[in-house]
Design a protein around this ligand. Structure first.
Ligand SMILES: Nc1ncnc2c1ncn2[C@@H]1O[C@H](COP(=O)(O)OP(=O)(O)OP(=O)(O)O)[C@@H](O)[C@H]1O
Length: 233
């Protein structure tokens, strides 16, 4: 077990949350704006308190925050930032080697960005650097808050593949906050759907259904499958 919520609540957002995350699991968290998805991650990170219940974290955690731009005048290159993240790893007593930094940047497809100043990068390029920073602590549990925002389709695919690889090859787990299930349909094990009327947890086929989402939203919702993609209307 890497993470366990027991009867957890952050009032008035969500209540009675019971969730146990095992090594190898890829969990998507969906729901409308403001329902408390980022707040859920904040309770795991310890930056937000539960109103009741408990959360137990038994894993090293890496965090990819929701798109947040670096200050434009930040005098650091990508390799400096990733190097700092590596140096903060719990087992570190020395400066990270250049090849470790390069390997991390390569893992997220940002090898060409190593010597660019982060504040001058595009939003998508900055997002890749955030990914490399999150991986630097060799996390078992990766929390990713809408990590595909501002990435092009190819980079979105690479990011999902990288995170899936983390689960399937490293016995890690991922909690992936997203507004759309389609980019992760092929890799997701369970969906936690948060809604104003409550939440539900299960496989894609158990959760992404018209009857289940209609009950959660308290109004008629249709889930359609079109060309292998799911559309919620
Ligand atoms: N530190 C905080 N203290 C109190 N309320 C907060 C705090 N952070 C966020 N909120 C509020 O909690 C609610 C849920 O915010 P949160 O960011 O978790 O939603 P979300 O589901 O991630 O939304 P989105 O899809 O728009 O990113 C919002 O109304 C927000 O204003």
């Amino acid at each position: 077990m890497l993470l366990r919520f027991h009867e957890a609540a952050v009032n008035p957002l969500w209540q009675n949350l019971n969730l146990e995350v095992q090594p190898g699991e890829f969990i998507a968290v969906l729901g409308p704006n403001g329902v408390g998805k980022s707040t859920l991650l904040a309770t795991i990170l310890g930056t937000r308190k539960l109103s009741s219940g408990s959360v137990e974290v038994a894993a090293r955690v890496g965090y990819i925050p929701q798109q947040r731009m670096f200050p434009p005048d930040l005098p650091l290159r990508a390799r400096d930032l990733v190097s700092l993240s590596l140096a903060h790893g719990v087992f570190r007593r020395r400066s990270p080697h250049r090849h470790e930094v390069d390997a991390l940047l390569q893992r997220v497809g940002a090898q060409g960005l190593a010597d660019l100043r982060v504040g001058r990068m595009s939003g998508g390029q900055q997002q890749l650097i955030r990914q490399a920073q999150a991986l630097a602590s060799h996390p078992q549990l990766i929390l990713a808050d809408e990590p595909l925002l501002s990435l092009d389709v190819a980079r979105q695919r690479d990011t999902v593949a990288m995170l899936h690889h983390h689960c399937s090859e490293n016995d890690g787990a991922v909690i992936f906050v997203t507004h759309g299930i389609n980019p992760v349909l092929e890799v997701v094990d369970r969906v936690l759907y948060l809604a104003p009327q409550g939440h539900t947890l299960g496989s894609v086929s158990e959760v992404m259904r018209s009857d289940v989402l209609s009950e959660l939203y308290g109004t008629k919702v249709n889930v359609l499958e079109v060309d292998g993609r799911m559309v919620v209307i």
